[in-house]
Design a protein around this ligand. Structure first.
Ligand code: NAP
Length: 248
């Protein structure tokens, strides 16, 4: 796969899965915009790694749940690199509680950062992609959006909605050379899963046919394929990257 000449935006790419996706796309030749919220230093270090590979990259700090921030992120990308070819909707958060203890704020925050962001970022890049008749949109859902999870009704709802959004937009823009797909990771070792108790992780591992948690690189490899020319005939698809969990 060769992504030379492509320009990608990866949201929430200062650390975790987003960072691995950014490095993978850059390794295949893409110019990558590193987006994060708050502290710029993790994002700057991803940019340094990409520049060390002789790639092009820059940081755009933006809250992906804010319409004006997202518009600015896409404008800055086009101003710096001339276009946007690939959007990876990766930024996400958890605010886990059993439903009886879930506040309005826990619900709204997860819906904004995990779902509204996908709508805002996709809408902001689409006219650029339609004009050039080429684009790749890959959104990071979760296996939890497919099978559900106690204590994560807000997160699972947002991740399930990403799937409906993906299938709908794939139908809207399929004739314009733009593919729209989602990836549903299982349990991946990142800061998001580091908070889980050790005995719970061991319990999860017993339910994963492959026998271990996934790595951010496992997800990044799947994103790279869906972002490539080789995946031109795949759209509206949800790809599980979960060691077989989703089939349980
Ligand atoms: P992570 O380590 O917590 O990283 C999330 C990234 O998103 C951070 O860089 C964070 O920035 C950024 N972010 C949070 N809110 C943002 C906002 N409003 N605007 C812009 N950036 C924002 O998470 P991860 O485990 O890599 O997860 C990445 C994606 O994969 C998420 O969508 C998650 O739901 C999904 N996923 C993860 C797993 C898993 O097991 N880890 C499984 C399935 C799906 P800060 O560092 O500034 O907070």
């Amino acid at each position: 796969m060769d992504l030379s000449g492509r320009v990608a935006i990866v949201t929430g790419s200062g650390r975790g899965i987003g960072r691995a996706i950014a490095l993978k796309l850059a390794g295949l030749g893409a110019t990558v915009v590193i987006n994060d919220i708050g502290d710029a230093s993790p994002a700057e270090s991803v940019v340094e790694e990409i520049r060390a590979m002789k790639g092009q990259s820059m940081v755009v700090l933006a809250d992906v749940s804010s319409s004006s921030d997202v518009e600015r992120m896409v404008e800055e990308t086009v101003a710096a690199f001339g276009k946007v070819d690939i959007l990876v909707n990766n930024a996400g958060i958890t605010r886990d509680h059993l439903l009886m203890r879930m506040s309005d704020e826990d619900w709204d925050k997860v819906m904004s950062v995990n779902l509204k962001s996908v709508f805002l970022c996709t809408r902001a890049v689409l006219n650029h992609m339609i004009k050039q008749r080429w684009g790749r949109i890959v959104s990071i859902s979760s296996i939890v959006g497919v099978v559900g999870n106690a204590g994560q009704s807000n997160y699972a709802s947002a991740k399930a909605a990403i799937i409906g959004f993906t299938k709908s937009i794939a139908k809207e823009v399929g004739s314009r050379g733009i593919t729209v797909n989602a990836i549903a990771p299982g349990f991946i070792s990142t800061q998001m899963t580091q908070g889980l108790k050790e005995d719970w992780i061991q319990e999860i591992q017993k339910r994963i046919p492959v026998g271990s948690l996934g790595t951010p690189q496992d997800v990044a490899n799947a994103v790279a394929f869906l972002a490539s020319e080789e995946a031109r005939y795949i759209t509206g698809h949800v790809l599980n990257v979960d060691g077989g969990m989703g089939g349980l």
